[in-house]
Write a protein that binds this ligand. Sequence first.
Ligand code: ADP
Ligand code: MG
Length: 719
Amino acid sequence: MPERKTTDINASSPVTVLSGVGKTRAAAYARLGIFTLGDLIRHYPRAYENRGDVRMLSEARIDGKTAVILTVGSEPRSVRLRSHKSFLKFRAFDESGVCDIVYFNQDYLKNSFPIGSTFRFYGKVERKGKLYSMASPVAEAWTETVPLPPLWAVYRMTEGISPKQIAKDVAAALALLSADGVDPLPTYLRERHGLCTLSYAERNIHSPTDWQAVTRARKRLVYDEFFCFALGAAMSSRSAKQTGAPICENGDITPLTRQLPYTLTDAQKRAIDDIRRDMATDVPMSRIVVGDVGCGKTVCAAAAMLIAVQNGRQAALMAPTEILARQHYADLKPIFERIGISCELLIGATPASEKRRIKQALIASHPAVRLSIVIGTHALLSDGVEFSAPGLVVTDEQHRFGARQRALLSEKNAHAHLLVMSATPIPRSLALVLYGDLDLSKIDEMPPGRQRVDTFAVDESYRERLNGFIRKQVDAGGQVYVVCPAIEEQETAPDELELRDIMPDGSRREEQPPLKAAVKYAEEMQKVFPEFCVAFLHGKMKSGEKDAVMHAFSQGEVQVLVSTTVIEVGVNVPNACLMIVENAERFGLSQLHQLRGRVGRGTRKSYCVLVAGGTGAVGERSRARLDTMRTTYDGYAIAEQDLAQRGPGDFLGNASDGSVRQSGGLVFRLADAGEDSAILTDATADARELVLHDPSLSQYPALLERVTELFAVDQGLIS
Ligand code: ADP
Ligand code: MG
C-alpha cells in the first residue's frame, strides 16, 4: 500500500486514515454517523466528567462518581482467583478516611501505585462501616505543581468502541488536521466578535482546561455553525432564478370563494394576489405563506391549486402527516368536485391497486382523463409518482419537512411553482437563514370572531383541581388533549455536566424534572377517570393505528386524548376545548402556541393549561417563563421570545415525532440552547455582508471548503 502523505489528509478523509482504526471500528463510527475526520471532530462531547470537583472520602457523592485525592498506603497485592481471573488490591487514604482500591484482571498495574504516591481517583465510592472502597477507578498521578484537567469529555457511545478510543482518535484527528493551521474564518470577523481560533475551539471542546475554555470554544463553534449555514443558504439561494415554469396567468378564484361560508380576510387576499402574480410568470414561484394557526392558509393553497388547474396544469398538496393529509382531502375534495376538478388522496395507507390507478391518472396525457389534484404525504415524493403536466407543489406546515426534503422537492419539480405554508411564525432573523431562498407572504390577520383560548401556567400542586376541571369539561360534552414530551434517549448521570446545559456564564442549567411518557400517562389517566374513554397517540405507532385513534377522537368516541407532539400540526377537532401540556417547560413557546391552537376551533369556550414539572425554585422559574403564554397571543411575539430564550432549534425542522431536542439537519450540533440567538443574528448578518462582497468566497478558499463541508454535504444527504 502506498504511503499516504500527511498533506493529502483533510477533514473529508475517512476515519480509517487514523492508525488503529480498521474496518470494525470504522463500522462502529458509522453507527454514530461518523465517517470522516471532520465528523469525528464534530462528535462533540455530550457531557463532561467533573473530575475537578475533588471531595473528601467522607463527602463522596452517593448518587454518582466522585473524584478523590488519595495517597497509596499499602503495596498493591495481586489475588489470584480460579479460572485465570485475578484482582489487584491496595489501600489509599485522605484525611477523612481509608479506601480499598480494587482493579480486576489488571495485574500489570501492580507497579503503578508505589506506597506514598498520590493520585486523583475518579469513580464510585462505596462505604462499608468505616472503610471506603472503589472498584476500577480512573487514576491520574497527582502533584502539587502540575494541575490535572478538571473536565473529561463524555461522548455519545455505541457498541464496539470505548470512551478511551474515541478520545484517542479525536486527539489524533485534531493533531493531523491542525497541522495546516489555517483558520477559515476571516480575521476581521473573529476580531469583531472576540472569537477564539478554530483550533483552540476544537481542542477545548474536547479536552478543556476549564469551564471558561468550554464556553469560549462553544461560542466559536456555534458561530461557525450559523455562519456556514447562512453562507451556504445565501450562496445556493434560488436568487439566480431559472425560468421554464408554466405560465398560469388566467386565474379566476370566484368558483372557490363562492363556495366559502365566509369572505376572505384582507391578509388572505394579499397572499393570494402574491401567489397569482408569481404564477403568472415563467420564473418558478418559491413563496412561503406564514401565518398563525387558524388564520386560514388552506384556502390560499386551494386558490393556488385552482389557478394551476385552470391553466391546464396539475397541483400537488403535501402534508407532513397522514392525519393532516386526510383532513385536507376531506375539506378540499368536495369543493373541487363542485367545480368539476378531480382530486385524489395518495398516502402510505392507500391500497396498492388504488395507488396504481392514481399514478396512472397523474401521467395521463389527455386533460379529460388526467387527475388534476393530488393530496398526500411525503409518499408523493417517492419514486413512481410523476405528473404529465406539473404546475404547482404546495407543502403544508413546512417546518416539519426540513430543508432537505424541500431540496428534493424542488429538484424533482424544478419547473413547477412551489408554495410553502407554515404555521410557525418565524422570527425575522431566522427567516433569513431558513427561508432566504423564498419570498414571503405574511397572513397577519385572523378571521373575525375568533375566541381567545384562556391560558394558565400551573405546577404539580394544582393536580387535583386540574383533574376536577377535566371532569367538568368532559361532563359538559367537551374533549381534552393532553400532550407529553417524547421520551429522552440518553440520561446524563448526575455527576456529569451536560454540554448543552452550560449557561453563558459557565454555570449549569437546572436539573430537569422527570418526564411523563404518553402510554404510561394514559394508563394513569384512565384510572383517574374510569368513566371516560382515554386513548393515546405517539410517533412510534403505525399510521393506521394513529388514524384510528384520531378518527375516534374526532367522532367524540374518545374524550381524553393523550399524545406526544404528533398532534401539534394542523389537526382540527372543533369540539376539543381543553389542551393540557405536561412538562410544558420542555417545549418551546412557539410549540406551545401551536398546541394551544388545537383548541378554540369551535364554539366552545376553550382553555390551555401548561403544567410545569419540577418543584420549588425550578418549578417557579419554568412557571414564570410559561407565564408569557398567559398574556401573549401573537405568534410572532412568541416566536421572537422563543428564539431569544431557547435558540433556533425548534424552528429548524424537528424530527417527525417532534422530540423536543432533535433538530432536523446535522448542521447544528451545538447551536441549540437558548442563549444563541445573539450569535445567530451576528452570524447571519456577517454572512450576508460577506456574500455581497465576495459571492463565491474566492478570497477565502479555506472558508469555502468549510462551508461546503458543513453545509453542502449535509444538504445533499437525503434521509
Ligand atoms: P391554518 O392557517 O391554521 O391552516 P385553516 O386554513 O385550517 O388554518 O383555517 C382554519 C379555519 O378557519 C377553517 O375552519 C377555515 O374554514 C376557517 N377560515 C379560513 N378563512 C376564514 C375567513 N376569512 N373567515 C372565517 N373563517 C375562515
Ligand atoms: Mg393548516
